[in-house]
Design a protein around this ligand. Structure first.
Ligand SMILES: [Cu+2]
Length: 148
């Protein structure tokens, strides 16, 4: 039994070491081969149906949730942006959700993080909130502003 656990630890350590190693290689590779064009990412090889429009913009926000507030009260994006909320619960169970876009995280325990991604496909002012118990009513909410 102990041998199996030991073997698992060794395998995990090797896998971790390999990942770090390959990531460093990538970075070094990038620095040393500035003149070598990198192969285009797969996505750009396939023309999107709306390729005539500007490339889609991803807006990323780190939002912490604690009793009973979010670390960010206002999130401002442009219509059409892809919004990425990296939500982290700071103390007890919380989530982050915005009904109008059908987007939200799971209810997270303290220290947990989850990324919520959605397209801000309509303009306006929308309330995001924590749906745990009475947190919303106690002030755990903010405003998502999507500009035209
Ligand atoms: Cu909450």
């Amino acid at each position: 039994m102990n041998k199996i656990i030991f073997a698992i630890i060794i395998v995990a350590a090797l896998a971790g070491g390999y990942l770090i190693f390959t990531q460093n290689m990538d970075r070094d590779g990038l620095m040393n081969s500035e003149n070598t064009p990198k192969p285009a990412p797969l996505e750009s090889l396939q023309p999107a149906p709306n390729s005539a429009l500007a490339p889609k913009t991803v807006k990323e926000f780190n939002v912490g949730g604690s009793k009973f507030k979010f670390s960010v009260n206002e999130i401002r994006v442009k219509k059409g942006d892809t919004v990425k909320i990296i939500f982290t619960s700071m103390d007890t169970k919380h989530d982050w959700r915005v009904d109008e876009f059908g987007a939200g995280s799971s209810v997270l325990d303290a220290g947990q993080s989850q990324t919520v991604e959605f397209t801000a496909d309509k303009a306006g002012s929308f309330e995001y909130y924590c749906s745990v118990m009475q947190h919303r009513q106690m002030g755990m909410k903010g405003t998502l502003i999507v500009e035209e």
